[in-house]
Design a protein. Structure first.
Length: 359
């Protein structure tokens, strides 16, 4: 983790200057890392669990939003990411890597992932909400959230069939509002005919976007539903952190699902540590010592990254706390205050209609 953070590279040889080793020859150091990556006796998710538990002990009763997203790597491997949304970024919880035989991931793998994470989430959390894209919005999978006591917000495919009591069935895209800037909220309907329900839909045409928002929720929908689901996009920012603007994951030459999973453990741990560092720097009012922006212009990960680099070069004391606090971001990142306020008002300005059906 130290070598990865200081070198900003996934290359095993780039970690050598940060390694304390008894090896007398340089090539033996990266070989040591390679042996660790090939060690089948290591379960990195069991190693990560206590770190996440410790980090979330101070979360409080704020909602925990979990972003679920499968990503194809090197056109061959599928990494199923489950991350907790935190102040504009998403901290990794689990990341199983598989070699899928098709473009679809088996529902069983998602189910096992959710059940495994549920075992180590702190019991102090008030509510857990799973946010997923339409690639994983299967009815069979959604049935696993209620037994866990979790809520869900999922993006639907436009081809889903919606049954409205007293009005029959229709495709989702047939229920969309006609114009951009409009939204409709359908309460107490069913999906795939009468198979799964009641659920609640939030359908909108965002201004300036061709792709509509089609959200299904297990709770009554309204303008707040879009803001809640919007937290899923925090995981998109992490893709850049993992790759070109951070740890350079795409440069890895590993071609083993198990080895990639262990390699990502270093990225997950470093991400958690840097986000914790950045959060505490802001909490202590010391952001301007490492962030040149007047407003907070960098993510908590980037602020934490800059902090440890300054600490090493200037002899500052490293921050030793290891927790994340839930709730609203006390210092939101923004390019300008006007742009930030406009984004917050985006869905509040919609012309919308709410239709409730008798169950």
């Amino acid at each position: 983790m130290v070598g990865l953070s200081l070198s900003s590279s996934i290359s095993l040889t780039s970690w050598m200057p940060s390694t304390i080793s008894r090896a007398l020859q340089a090539p033996r150091v990266p070989r040591r890392f390679a042996r660790w990556l090939d060690n089948d006796r290591l379960d990195v998710h069991l190693l990560e669990a206590p770190l996440i538990q410790e980090a979330l002990t101070a979360w409080g009763e704020a909602t925990v939003s979990l972003a679920l997203d499968p990503t194809i790597r090197w056109n061959h491997y599928c990494m199923i990411r489950l991350r907790v949304s935190y102040r504009g970024r998403a901290v990794p919880l689990a990341w199983p890597v598989i070699e899928p035989r098709s473009a679809q991931v088996a529902c069983r793998l998602y189910r096992d992932l959710l059940q495994g994470v549920a075992q180590f989430l702190p019991s102090c959390t008030h509510q857990v909400v799973v946010l997923a894209d339409r690639g994983v919005a299967e009815v069979a999978l959604r049935r696993w959230c209620p037994p866990l006591g979790w809520r869900d917000r999922w993006r639907l495919k436009s081809s889903f069939l919606v049954y409205r009591p007293g009005h029959g069935s229709a495709m989702v895209d047939q229920l969309l509002p006609k114009r951009q800037g409009q939204a409709v909220f359908l309460q107490s309907v069913s999906l795939t005919g009468k198979e799964y329900g009641p659920v609640h839909l939030a359908l909108a045409r965002p201004p300036g976007e061709e792709d509509p928002w089609l959200i299904v929720s297990d709770e009554l929908t309204g303008p707040h539903t879009f803001k809640e689901y919007g937290l899923r996009f925090d995981i998109e920012e992490n893709f850049l952190d993992d790759k070109s603007k951070g740890f350079q994951l795409e440069d890895s030459k590993l071609r083993s699902a198990a080895a990639i999973e262990r390699l990502f453990f270093a990225i997950a741990t470093a991400t958690l540590y840097l986000v914790v560092q950045g959060s505490e720097v802001v909490a202590q009012g010391r952001r301007r010592e490492v962030d040149p922006h007047w407003f907070r212009g960098s993510s908590y990960l980037k602020i934490g990254w800059q902090w440890i680099k300054h600490a090493l070069n200037q002899g500052w004391q490293w921050i030793t706390c290891w927790w994340l606090q839930g709730g609203e971001d006390p210092d939101p990142a923004m390019a300008s205050r006007r742009q930030y306020e406009a984004s917050q008002q985006k869905f509040k300005q919609y012309k919308y209609e709410t239709i409730a059906y008798a169950t």
